[in-house]
Write a protein that binds this ligand. Sequence first.
Ligand SMILES: *Cc1c(COP(=O)(O)O)cnc(C)c1O
Length: 414
Amino acid sequence: MGASIVGTPALLGGEPAHRGPWPAWPVHDEREREAVLGVLESGKWWYGERVREFEERFAAFQDARFGIACTNGTAALELALIGAGIGAGMEAIVPPYTFVATATAVLKANAVPVFVDIELDTLNIDAGQIEAAVTDKTAAVMPVHFGGLPADMDRIGELARRRQLRVVEDSAHGWGTKWRGKGAGALGDAGGFSFQLSKNITAGEGGMVLTDNPELADTIRSLSNVGRGKDRPWYEHYLTGGNYRMTEFQGALLLAQLTRLPEQTALRAKNAAVLNAGLAGIEGLHPLREDPRANPRSYHLYGFRIVEAEFGLSRERFVEALRAEGVPCGPGYPHPLYRNPLFQRKGTGPTYCPVSCPYYGREMDYTRVVCPNAERACREVVWLSQTMLLAGEEDMEAIVCAVRRIRENASRLS
Ligand SMILES: *Cc1c(COP(=O)(O)O)cnc(C)c1O
């Protein structure tokens, strides 16, 4: 394709490949309006019918038996781990290319996160590297279904059964995703979801734990509701729980949002397929791998890698050029999770428990952790947000055109 066809990059004075706004977020209409006003006027604002109904509907939507709503996705992961019995002296395996809560949930459970590298072509934990990190202390594996693509749950499930590990899924990007026909977040012992504002369904904040295990569901419910017992009097407290309850406003909003999710998920997937086709074969641009076992899958993010030596432009300059074309995008995490001060200075508090704790009997030194693929992903990945995937096919074509234009003119742009 010649420069005459693709045109002059906007950074060099050409017309931007995309003009006009991208879809707004969050999305709402009469459904949300009626839901919120209905709760307002009912006077029933507290943890009741709407929350129950959303728990049932969302659990069914993801093929889980039980759903326990909570305040946010961070809390969902903490509740899931603690409920699953993860605690002091134990380790849980997590990927380093993820939101901080994946690892802090382990710390909050008094256990030690152990980082295992990701695959460069999916950005999910590399299931083939997990077993080498299993020790006599390992109690759980926490795969993150990054961007909406499940980690390899076949291999993780097999390993977990063989080594007797719990599987707690960080399914904070997994709304609507299925793996071999079963919903994400319902594939392991428990899964945590987020309904924070940026997420594909949202009430501003909100979270949910899913599980198929009735005892675990009761434990997590109790932990989320100040330790109360199922069908027991309100002043009988059994566990060291907290108040993680969702409000009826959130429940009602999320019920409305859920009615829109299948259609939005299908639209994002359709647009992602247009991008996958259009971006294939561009030298130096590496799309992420799809997996036929993940069908349907959600897209919380649409990502690809720019390899500077092949593309002829740094990732930073690429992002700048693509933004100039009217295509918002970003580089994502600037460094793997373990490079954060929290880990580099050996945990928190005067005792540095749990990473350096007599009960653990070992010392975890995160300054020595290096996961090469995660490091590389932080240098190479470019993300488009889920909201852009709600635009039209011509908008996807504008993105492809913009990328091709930048590639054709890489030497002039660098
Ligand atoms: C958003 C997110 C969370 C936490 O959800 P919050 O609702 O923001 O607390 C956890 N893990 C991942 C991968 C996320 O993206």
